[in-house]
Each structure stands twice: as structure tokens, then as C-alpha cells.
Design a protein around this ligand. Structure first.
Ligand code: NDP
Length: 483
């Protein structure tokens, strides 16, 4: 692991004259593990210039050739698999088993878009599926141009792969800003780009915080599109800034996703799915199913099963393979979650598994896993994204009621349904307003399936063919039909 991150611009690692070092912290040991030299607007400017210079050649390259580079990025991640898992757990605090899934997901994403890049060659100039008498319509898929990619700290490598892979496949050049909170894993992608001789300027990485680098990137007029994943307030700022110059924007924002458990569900399976939906990554997941809606006939059974599972969670060193619940990513995030637990006290919420029942480790930014029952729909904890290991539950009497309460949210990112019958689960899913819905299955996010939501959860889709289209401009060339 690099002990100091620099800026990767125009194919070279460079020192910045930003003049400021940011601390990179291990959230379990609460120690500084690296210094992050924060870049400045000049670094962003140089990165954008490098990307613009690289664009004409990169966009003209065949999809086949771009696909080979994407395979190279996937291979590079695979070679570094074990080291990357250690880095993600050390810097981000998630248990090793979860870091392994992250690296696997990132690799799968680069391979998937390598494939779509290769398929792109045959699709260029395809006839329109909507024939018009006397007119020949051919479709071409041009890259959007130079894109600014901004990612958060909760899924390093993964959220980056969801943007970098389709952007490169489409023929875009990139200026990428990882989160200052968990920047260490992301440095690998620039190292690999250098190792596989990705043409200079195609992928640039600029380290620093949101204020310094994020703002400079979103404001830069040399950026044709911003793709952002993170919080709603920052997403609103990004969108506002992108309005200047009418620049394209994709936003993947927050969630307050429901999980519905019907009375015919297998309680052991339901408990497992509920646990994974909220306590994986200590609840720091945009699609965390943080609102549990359980049929009144089985509520007590499910609460009892969940209590047993919560008791069995092992809080400790994320690098220890026995750990199943790591610390939150930062002291700031712990403070945010603690504030919600204080609201819960003020609101008189009833914990099924009270924080005080679990002793939290003495070191690390831990919050005890907590389950509140009978949470009113007006509660802040029911309505707002907490981003921590806090589950709010309430009961329902009919499927219609469950759907209505589930949909009564500002967000529309994801949802889960656990039910004894597949048809019933599908019928409920059909009426839920969310981009991704899992029925009787864990939260899988394969690269083949589009990801994103409506309402305040964002704009646009990542992954799948839609994720590629997000980095393309459709061009239609029309001519007389007999040409
Ligand atoms: P932010 O939205 O602030 O950060 C996300 C990314 O945006 C980071 O790379 C950040 O940089 C960058 N950024 C910050 N300010 C700007 C700006 N003005 N212009 C451009 N980029 C900017 O999230 P936080 O890390 O502060 O987390 C706060 C809350 O957001 C969490 O408690 C959670 O509720 C939510 N969140 C949601 C996520 C999701 O996946 N939906 C992911 C992460 C957080 P830097 O971190 O380097 O300052």
C-alpha cells in the first residue's frame, strides 16, 4: 500500500503543490495510516487538459481495443486481490469477507464492460429498430467526452468501477476523485493503468477533499459530464453547479429502503436477509434496507430471531476473519449515527435490542447494532438516511398496507420482499417504487443489472447496458433509403 497518495495526471504520479496534507485514518485503531497530499484547482486543470488531449485518439480506438485495456484493469485488480482486501478493511473498516466481495464485484464490472466495449464495434451504424418509409436511419454511439467521476467512501473500488469501466468502454476520458476518507484502495486503479500502458491522459486521478477538488472538478468547463455518488446535499450542489454550461449529470444518492416480510415467510431466511440488508458494512450502504415492515402475525418471532443474530455479531478488528461487524468509517460518521440514537431517545422509540445490551469495543468508531420496533412513520429515524447499524421496524396487517407504507418515502432506490410464495413476492415487488428489488434473495448487484433509483435517490442508472448509455451520446445519421 502506498503510504502517501499523489496525483495521477497524464500517465504519471506527480506531487501536488496544494500544500496541504489530509490524514487518512484506520477507523478501528483510530490512527493515521497515511497522509493524503490534497491537490488543488491547478491539479484538476492539468488533469482535465490531459484528458481532453487524450480524448480524440481514445474515442477513435475500436471497442475491441478499449475492451483489452478494461480486461487489463480487471487482471491487475485480480493480481492484487489479497492486498486490496487488506487495504479496504484497514482504511474503510469493513470486515475482510466483505472487502473480498468488493474486489470481486469490481473485477466483474471491468470484465462486463470489456465485453460491452467489444460488442460496441458491431453496433456502430446499426439500423434503427423504427423503420421509416424512404429514410435509412443509422445509429452511432459516441462518447460523452471528458467525464468527472466523484465517489464516496463506503464501497471504494466498486463505486469507482461502476463509473470508470463504462466510461472507458464508451470512449470517454476520465478525471476521477475518490473520497478523501477512504482513498487508499483507489490508488491501485491508477497504478494498474500505468502498468498496462493505458494511453496517457485517459484516466487521471486527483486526490483531495470535496471542497478543494470536488468543487473544482464540477465547476470545470472542460468537463462534459459529472457522475456523482454520495449524499443528497452534495448531490444537489453538484447538480446546481453542472447547470452552468448545461453539463450532463448522473446522481446516485441516498436511500431509506424497505424490507417487507409476509406472514408465510420462512423466519430463519427472513432474519438472515434482514440482517445482511442492514448490518453489512455496518449499515453504510445506500441501499441498506433500514425500514423493516413485518406482518403482525410473525413480528414477535422475527424480532426474537433478529435479537439472536444481533447477539451473535462479532465486533472487532476488520482484519480479523472472525469479525462480522466493523467500526463506522470515521469519527464524523459515528457522531452522525449517535445523533440519530439521541433523536430516538427523545422520540421515545422502543429498542428491541438496546445498545446497552452489547458492549462495544473500547477502540474503534463503533456503534452498537440497534433494532427499534413500532417506529412511527413520522419518526426521523423512519424517514431519514442514517447510514449506520440501526434498523427501524413496524408491523402491517395487509400487503396493500405494507406497499403503501414502504412507498411513503422521499427515496426510491431499493427494496426487499421476503415471502413464502414467489408469486406473492413478485406481486408486491410490482407495486413498490424502487429501482432494484430483491425477492427472497440477498442484495446482489451484478454488473448486468442496472442500478439506481427515482425520487430523491438520484438521476440515471449505473451498470447494465444503461450504465454504458450514461456515457454515450446517441447520434442518428439519416439518408435516402436506397443509399
Ligand atoms: P458526501 O456526499 O459529502 O461525499 C461524497 C463525495 O463527494 C466525496 O468524494 C466527497 O469528497 C465529495 N464532495 C464533497 N463535497 C463536494 C462538493 N461540494 N463538490 C463535489 N464533490 C464533493 O458524503 P459524506 O462523505 O460527507 O457522507 C455524509 C452522508 O452522506 C452519510 O452520512 C450518508 O448518509 C450519505 N452518503 C451516502 C452515500 C451513498 O452511497 N448514497 C455514500 C456516502 C455517504 P470528500 O469526501 O473527499 O470530501
Amino acid at each position: 500500500m502506498r503510504d502517501s497518495c499523489q496525483q495521477f495526471i497524464d500517465g504519471q504520479w506527480r506531487a501536488s503543490d496544494g500544500g496541504r496534507d489530509l490524514d487518512v485514518v484506520d477507523p478501528y485503531r483510530e490512527t493515521v495510516i497515511a497522509k493524503l497530499p490534497a491537490g488543488n484547482a491547478r491539479d484538476v486543470d492539468e488533469a482535465v487538459r490531459a484528458a481532453r488531449e487524450a480524448l480524440p485518439a481514445w474515442r477513435r480506438l475500436s471497442g475491441e481495443a478499449r475492451g483489452r485495456y478494461l480486461e487489463g484493469l480487471a487482471d491487475g485488480l485480480a493480481e492484487r486481490h489479497a492486498a486490496l482486501c487488506q487495504t479496504i478493511s484497514l482504511n474503510g473498516g469493513k470486515p475482510l469477507a466483505e472487502s473480498q466481495l468488493d474486489v470481486d464485484d469490481a473485477i466483474a464490472c471491468y470484465r462486463y464492460y470489456a465485453d460491452l466495449a467489444r460488442q460496441l464495434d458491431a453496433r456502430q451504424g446499426e439500423p434503427s429498430a423504427q423503420p421509416v418509409a424512404g429514410v435509412q436511419i443509422r445509429r452511432y454511439f459516441d462518447p460523452v467526452g471528458v467525464v468527472g467521476l466523484i465517489t464516496p467512501w463506503n464501497f471504494p473500488l466498486v463505486t469507482a468501477a461502476w463509473k470508470i469501466a463504462p466510461a472507458l468502454a464508451a470512449g470517454c476520458c476520465i478525471v476521477f476523485k475518490p473520497s478523501e476518507v477512504v482513498p487508499m484502495p483507489e490508488q491501485a486503479i491508477a497504478d494498474i493503468a500505468q502498468a498496462i500502458d493505458l494511453p496517457r491522459g485517459v484516466l487521471n486521478l486527483v486526490n483531495g477533499d470535496g471542497r478543494g477538488i470536488g468543487e473544482a472538478l464540477t465547476q470545470h468547463t472542460g468537463i462534459d459530464k459529472i457522475s456523482f455518488t454520495g449524499s443528497n446535499p452534495t448531490g444537489e450542489t453538484v447538480m446546481r453547479v453542472a447547470a452552468t454550461g448545461i453539463r450532463n449529470v448522473s446522481l446516485e444518492l441516498g436511500g431509506k429502503s424497505p424490507i417487507i416480510v409476509t406472514e408465510d415467510a420462512d423466519i430463519a431466511q427472513a432474519a438472515s436477509l434482514v440482517m445482511n440488508g442492514i448490518f453489512a458494512n455496518a449499515g453504510q450502504i445506500c441501499s441498506a434496507t433500514s425500514r423493516l415492515l413485518v406482518h403482525q402475525a410473525v413480528a414477535e418471532d422475527l424480532y426474537a430471531a433478529l435479537s439472536r443474530h444481533i447477539d451473535a455479531l462479532v465486533m472487532g478488528d476488520p482484519l480479523d476473519e472472525a469479525t462480522t461487524l466493523g467500526p463506522l468509517v470515521s469519527d464524523k460518521q459515528r457522531t452522525t449515527v449517535d445523533r440519530y440514537l439521541a433523536f430516538a431517545k427523545d422520540e421515545g422509540l422502543i429498542p428491541v435490542r438496546e445498545a446497552s445490551h452489547r458492549e462495544i469495543p473500547r477502540q474503534g468508531f463503533f456503534v452498537a447494532p440497534t433494532l427499534f420496533r413500532d417506529v412511527p412513520v413520522e419518526s426521523r429515524l423512519w424517514r431519514e438516511e442514517i447510514f449506520g447499524p440501526v434498523l427501524c421496524a413496524r408491523q402491517f396487517a395487509s400487503d396493500d398496507e405494507a406497499v403503501a407504507v414502504a412507498n411513503d418515502s422521499d427515496y426510491g432506490l431499493a427494496a426487499s420482499v421476503v415471502s413464502g410464495g414467489h408469486e406473492r413476492a413478485s406481486a408486491i415487488a410490482r407495486h413498490l417504487t424502487a429501482g432494484s428489488i430483491w425477492t427472497n434473495i440477498d442484495q446482489v448487484a451484478p454488473p448486468q443489472a442496472a442500478w439506481g433509483g427515482g425520487k430523491k435517490s438520484g438521476i440515471g442508472r449505473e451498470l447494465g447496458p444503461e450504465g454504458l448509455a450514461a456515457y454515450q451520446e446517441l447520434k442518428q445519421v439519416m439518408a435516402p433509403a436506397d443509399t
